[in-house]
Design a protein. Structure first.
Length: 524
């Protein structure tokens, strides 16, 4: 669809075999066609009348704009309608199930949002005097206490802004602890194949050499291979538990004991803590550091529209090396923010700051609201229901999709399938694209790498049986079509606003800036 001088250009239906009559606008009832904002407006006009600004002497020191800004001019209604129409083409947790494994998207209770918007929380500024933000600091402090209690750990760093940021925090604590011991030759971090993909990147960024530890045929860490590699050059292990195959590591305590005996530390990726919260305390398994994705376990928005939150709980061995700042509550109830790197001998070993301020207040408020509204029994049910829902999907689909670890027992929070058994020439991407036609966001594809053509599905605890049954029915239908060799799947999606892209060309030659159509080469 594009605009020309004659108005809207009519288009035919976009689906193969679609016999719908074309419309003049390209719209299909309330499925509105929407061109780019540059096609809708003109860069030569503005949406409002503005008088010519008087000429003044520039104070920009040679940094003045030397050409037009290049934005299209639209009226306010046109602009609002443009972005509203685009939003209708997007998928959201408020529209339906988000089956992404590993990167969980679950419903955020509106109670959380209401509390986060209270003026005392929404309007605080990080540079306010401590005495004027006692309530906000109280939220940070109480959330920290809950995280320590739920994980069985000794301390917590609240300032990391995301999961990977939390990983870096934990690894820097390990690095600082080794330097304190004078063991700077420990340059290797072991990362199992079933760990999250950011783990090796974080280790390398912190200056460590990364070595893989293989997985067993059952999808767990090979304990014998891990023990065989431990030595004086190993700083520790970065392990994900439950892992990215959706499986619990039953030998976690043995892994921790072996690493500690060899002089190393154990970092646990806590992204999947929602599967065990209230049921298992990582501190009891010998974990030294673990980040917690607040969005995944405690229902804060994924990314928070900007910075997210990834607090890191620390063992007694690593807590002295944690970053600043942190909160302290005195006997009289007053809370202070400890920001100095040295105050006497209280915390001389901290590796310093990770961020300018104190963390993401909106995420803290939402997470604490979620914890307090659920209580201990409710948090335990979070884990139980997330595991129940994932196993319901696993057992409902294992007869039509290959489930590589189904025979090893129940999964945890997510179920994994592969593209084995599909008709020749069909793969995971065909399943995913066809799900779009069914009205669902696709599952996580091709991850983890230990499963060929992986399809990782995490329903979370927030979905009802009715919703899961509808998703299962849709995925069964698509899988059966792929096994039967239905060629229509190769061009899916047919009913989305846009058809399947040439993803290879789009990745290799992305069009990152709009140009007149005659100047641009489309990747579609």
């Amino acid at each position: 669809m594009s605009i020309n001088q004659g108005g809207w250009r009519p288009t035919m239906g976009e689906s193969d075999g679609n016999t719908d009559m074309p419309t003049y606008t390209g719209n299909r009832a309330l499925m509105l066609e929407e061109p780019l904002i540059f096609e809708r407006g003109s860069v030569n006009v503005t949406g409002v009348d503005i008088e010519e600004a008087p000429k003044v002497r520039s104070r920009l020191g040679g940094l003045e704009r030397n050409r037009d800004i290049g934005l299209p001019g639209l009226s306010e209604p046109e602009t609002v309608r443009h972005y509203t129409r685009l939003s209708r083409q997007n998928y959201a947790i408020d529209l339906g199930l988000f089956p992404l494994g590993s990167c969980t998207m679950k419903h955020n209770p509106r109670l959380n949002e209401r509390v986060a918007r209270m003026p005392g929380f929404a309007d605080v500024h990080p540079l306010q005097p401590v005495d004027t933000v006692q309530g906000a600091l109280g939220v940070i402090n109480e959330l920290a206490v809950w995280l320590i209690k739920l994980t069985g750990m000794y301390g917590v760093a609240m300032s990391p802004k995301a999961g990977a940021h939390g990983e870096l925090c934990g690894v820097l604590c390990i690095k600082a602890a080794l330097e304190k011991r004078g063991e700077t030759d420990r340059k290797v971090l072991l990362v199992p194949e079933s760990a999250h993909g950011t783990n090796p990147a974080t280790a390398a960024f912190a200056g460590f050499k990364v070595e893989d530890i293989p997985a067993t045929p059952e999808g767990r860490v090979d304990l014998a291979a891990l023990k065989a590699r431990l030595g004086p050059d190993v700083a520790g292990v970065m392990i994900t538990n439950p892992n990215t195959c959706g499986l619990f590591e039953p030998e976690m305590k043995a892994i921790s004991d072996a690493v500690h005996a060899a002089g190393g530390y154990v970092y646990c990726d806590g992204a999947n803590f929602n599967a065990i919260v209230g049921r298992v305390r990582p501190g009891d398994l010998g974990i030294d550091a673990m980040h917690i994705n607040l969005h995944k376990t405690f229902s804060t928005p994924h990314g928070g529209g900007g910075p997210g939150s990834g607090p890191v709980v620390l063992s007694e061995a690593l807590a002295p090396f944690g970053p600043l700042p942190f909160t302290e509550r005195y006997a009289d109830g007053h809370i202070t923010l400890v920001e100095e790197e040295t105050v006497g001998d209280r915390h001389p070993d901290s590796f310093g700051r990770m961020t300018a301020f104190h963390g993401q207040m909106g995420m803290f408020t939402r997470a604490l609201t979620y914890i307090l509204s659920h209580g201990a029994d409710g948090l335990r049910q979070v884990a139980e229901d997330s595991v129940l829902n994932a196993n319901y999907i696993l057992r409902s689909l294992e007869d039509v999709l290959d489930a590589p670890f189904a025979e090893t027992g129940p999964c945890m929070h997510e179920a994994i399938f592969s593209d084995a058994g599909l008709a020749e020439g069909f793969s995971t991407i065909d399943i995913a694209k066809a799900l779009i036609d069914e009205g669902f966001h696709p599952m996580t594809m091709y991850f983890p790498l230990v499963v060929h053509g992986a399809m990782l599905i995490e329903p979370t605890e927030t979905e009802s049986k009715g919703t899961l049954d509808q998703f299962i029915g849709a995925l069964r239908s698509v899988a059966q079509r792929a096994k039967a060799g239905d060629q229509a799947l190769k061009s899916a999606p047919h009913f989305a606003p846009r058809r399947r892209l040439d993803e290879t060309l789009a990745a290799r030659k992305p069009v990152l800036a709009w140009k007149e159509p005659s100047q641009a080469e489309a990747a579609e």
